[in-house]
Design a protein around this ligand. Structure first.
Ligand SMILES: NC(=O)c1ccc[n+]([C@@H]2O[C@H](COP(=O)([O-])OP(=O)(O)OC[C@H]3O[C@@H](n4cnc5c(N)ncnc54)[C@H](OP(=O)(O)O)[C@@H]3O)[C@@H](O)[C@H]2O)c1
Length: 330
């Protein structure tokens, strides 16, 4: 079986590749990479079944032949960020269109797994986020990133290809990007930023990348996942207060929350600087903004992400501490 992976030099793709190498040692795995040096630095002694294909999603001639020979395709690559900008449509929507168009004549494809994002579903800006998102939520992406991922989902659904669309909530774990939100939270906690010390009522769904890798493999192979779209996260959303308390505990930081009367908290909420001008980040602190339910996934596959947040944080910090530029002792 030939497996084709995009985005394997990124956070999610690199973890997926580690999972595939461990669980599918006899399958040929071809990774489309833009930067061979980056790939080989991540894999100084790659196993014999990994093959690097230097190319770019925007240049189908760089991957056409190999893609058309693939039976399982994991399309993980994207430009990621809760922001606006034309680059999201080029790198996410158009690049996916080119991949889909290149795959269409392929008769070998058994499944195209597309890693989308909870930002492609998102929330109505006018109503408070008090419930968990499900697959039946009408998508209302609030950023160009989310819109570009939703358009990519729509292209895949309309393609006639056998697909599974996976919509992960916030993902964390080893090999985080240097600018990841997890690392920003850790830095802000360490710096004692004010917003990390208040007991905000918000909650988000999250998934450890090891659980996600396992789910992506099932998405590619389980019969009940064919031509379906699933929200995927740990079943228990993480409250912001618990997230900061857990991070502080794992880092050995003395951390106490400053209780504030409701009126002060409400005043604080209206300040534009909390914690940034980004309205989505503000809603994450106050509401159950990116909370979602993975029930459809569980009912289809019987699989449930099992790494709870405290354990996942410990695994993440253990991996960060091996990085040369990591600032935290121990
Ligand atoms: N991180 C999260 O919390 C999160 C949450 C929900 C969904 N997702 C989704 O998960 C997927 C992976 O995200 P990530 O966090 O792993 O992002 P990442 O660390 O930024 O990795 C992105 C990957 O895509 C590759 N890539 C980008 N444009 C490409 C192109 N034109 N041609 C070939 N490769 C290209 C990058 O290659 P280079 O190494 O060359 O840059 C990199 O390997 C994305 O689809 C994202 O929407 C992420």
């Amino acid at each position: 079986m030939a497996i084709f992976v995009t985005g394997s030099t990124g956070f999610v793709g690199r973890n997926l590749l580690e999972y595939l190498v461990q669980t599918q040692p006899r399958q040929r795995i071809v990774c489309l990479v833009r930067d061979l040096n980056k790939a080989t630095a991540q894999w100084p002694n790659p196993p014999a079944n990994i093959h690097w294909l230097v190319g770019d999603l925007s240049h189908p001639e760089s991957y056409r032949e190999v893609l058309q020979a693939a039976e399982l395709v994991f399309h993980v690559a994207a430009l990621v960020g809760l922001r606006d900008g034309d680059a999201f449509f080029t790198q996410n929507t158009e690049a996916t269109r080119q991949l889909v168009d290149t795959l269409t004549p392929s008769s070998r494809l058994r499944r195209l797994v597309f890693v989308s994002s909870i930002s492609a579903t998102d929330r109505d800006p006018a109503s408070p986020a008090i419930d968990c998102m499900t697959e039946t939520f009408p998508p209302q992406p609030q950023t160009d990133y989310g819109r570009s991922k939703l358009q990519a989902e729509q292209l895949i659904r309309a393609s006639g290809l056998p697909y599974t669309i996976m919509v992960p909530a916030y993902i964390y774990g080893p090999h985080l990007r240097a600018d990841s939100s997890t690392e920003r939270l850790i830095n802000d906690l360490k710096a004692g930023k004010r917003y990390t010390r208040f007991p905000f009522p918000g909650a988000v769904s999250a998934i450890h990348v090891d659980d996600l890798s396992e789910a992506l493999w099932l998405a590619a192979t389980h019969p009940n996942t064919l031509n379906e779209r699933f929200l995927i996260s740990h079943p228990q959303p993480v409250f912001i207060v618990d997230a900061f308390a857990t991070l502080a505990d794992c880092l050995g930081l003395q951390h106490t929350f400053t209780p504030l009367p409701g009126s002060s908290l409400e005043r604080y909420r209206r300040q534009k600087s909390v914690p940034a001008a980004n309205p989505i980040l503000r809603r994450i602190l106050w509401e159950h903004y990116f909370a979602c339910s993975p029930v459809k996934w569980y009912q289809a596959t019987g699989h449930q992400p099992k790494i709870a947040f405290p354990e996942g944080v410990r695994k993440t910090l253990a991996s960060l501490s091996k990085r040369a530029d990591w600032f935290w002792p121990g």
